[in-house]
Ligand binder design. Structure first.
Ligand SMILES: *Cc1c(COP(=O)(O)O)cnc(C)c1O
Length: 411
């Protein structure tokens, strides 16, 4: 019998990022035994409380309206550049922070299909297991613009492949939209190969980075990606409802036009002049007043990520999911649980999904004990291991509780 508790202690002792776990707010063992949902809502840094207080007192409170000229008007772009540098492989001037992922998906998708429709392309390619908001949003755009949705049927235990995409795209393809890491299975799509397949057919591609940004290295510029969006409250620890980010490759700044023409995306907004003229570059993709307050926690986390480096984060992420897989194989698979995430590092994102009938009730019982995974139909428990805030010991604690709830000794 392996002693996973002892193994975890050794892994934590050898982990070069171990000290970072102490930088997050710890609500104490009465409230939290193991957090396996950092892929849905990342934990706050201790310093975030201080930063929010400092912002309230010294920026908002003291600078008041002057804050806009002094720093806030640039923040959506400067923070976007920083995210581009630390997590997305995006050169400056192509990324901004603002709106929600859903709204940004709308703005970018609409811009892309409008341009492509003028060139006679009228299909959007997407997959059946993409996140609901992505599917609904594209249904809405298709209805609004008279477009056809071309669905790729994906295996929910895996994800979309370059071969499937090559078979689906063609001369009618306007836009293809996929998730880089699938929210259920954690399938890590081959983004460079899929992007190439869409481009070969003359389509544009939009990647949803919600489950990869801050966890899996992304190389938007190097992969030739056209458009991307992602949310900042998952692996970027920006807090509930924190604003999302969007990337528009520089080569599209002139040709694509976003559909929500607000004053903050207009050239010279404070002249309040007649008629909308888009601002130059990525600023023209903004709409209304940017949610500055919601960017404050994200600023702290982006700075932390800049120190640590996304490569080190990914290495720990793989080590955590490998370790969790070994425990799942030892304790849970013999009870009839199935791992429905890829085992191959090249295809696995930052979480694991395991399925077994009755896992919905199991999840509820775990939550009562302060062990927090999340549940996804059908019968899936997602174990999201946010690399900087999760320890190997915590993996053992949480999986021990899970094994006990389903009546496996866990030993
Ligand atoms: C979490 C998530 C979203 C969320 O979009 P919101 O507008 O923030 O609600 C969208 N897409 C994917 C793939 C996600 O995982």
């Amino acid at each position: 019998m392996r002693d996973f508790t002892a193994e975890a202690a050794a892994l934590d002792a050898a982990d070069p990022l171990a000290a970072y776990a102490g930088r997050f707010v710890d609500p104490g063992p009465d409230s939290l035994i193991a957090y396996f949902d950092g892929n849905s809502l990342g934990r706050p840094l201790v310093e975030t409380a201080e930063r929010l207080r400092d912002f309230t007192t010294n920026e908002w409170g003291a600078r008041l309206i002057r804050g806009w000229d002094e720093r806030w008007l640039d923040l959506p772009l400067s923070l976007g550049d920083q995210l581009g540098r630390v997590a997305l492989g995006a050169g400056p001037g192509q990324t901004f922070v603002g709106d929600s992922t859903t709204v940004l998906l709308y703005k970018l998708s609409r811009a892309a299909v409008d341009a492509q429709q003028r060139a006679g392309r009228d299909e959007i390619v997407l997959d059946t297991d993409n996140f609901p908001t992505d599917r609904y949003l594209l249904e809405g755009i298709a209805a609004e613009r008279g477009l056809t949705l071309r669905w790729i049927e994906t295996d929910p235990a895996q994800g979309v492949t370059p071969e499937q995409v090559r078979a689906a795209v063609g001369e009618r393809t306007a836009l293809a939209v996929f998730s880089h890491v699938a929210y259920r299975s954690a399938w890590l799509a081959d983004a460079p190969a899929i992007t190439e397949a869409v481009h070969d057919a003359g389509g544009l591609v939009l990647w949803d980075l919600c489950h990869s940004g801050g966890s899996v290295p992304v190389e938007l510029d190097a992969w030739g990606i056209d458009l991307a969006v992602g949310c900042s409250y998952k692996y970027l620890n920006g807090g509930p409802g924190a604003p999302a980010y969007a990337y528009v490759a520089e080569r599209h700044h002139g040709g694509l036009r976003q559909p929500v023409w607000g004053w903050m995306g207009r050239r010279d907004p404070f002249t309040m002049g007649p008629g909308y003229v888009a601002a130059e570059g990525i600023r023209g993709w903004l709409s209304g007043t940017p949610p500055i307050l919601g960017m404050v926690p994200l600023e702290s986390y982006a700075a932390l990520l800049e120190d640590v480096g996304i490569g080190a984060v990914r290495a720990k992420s793989l080590a955590l999911t490998d370790f969790a897989l070994e425990i799942v194989d030892a304790w849970l698979v013999p009870t009839g649980a199935t791992v429905t995430s890829p085992r191959d590092h090249a295809r696995r994102g930052g979480h694991l999904t395991i399925t077994r009938p009755g896992f919905r009730d199991v999840t509820a019982r775990l939550w009562e004990q302060g062990v927090i995974p999340d549940y996804r139909d059908p019968d899936g428990i997602r174990i999201g291991l946010s690399p900087l805030s999760t320890t190997f010991a915590e993996v053992v604690r949480g999986l021990t509780a899970l094994a006990e709830v389903i009546g496996s000794s866990g030993k």
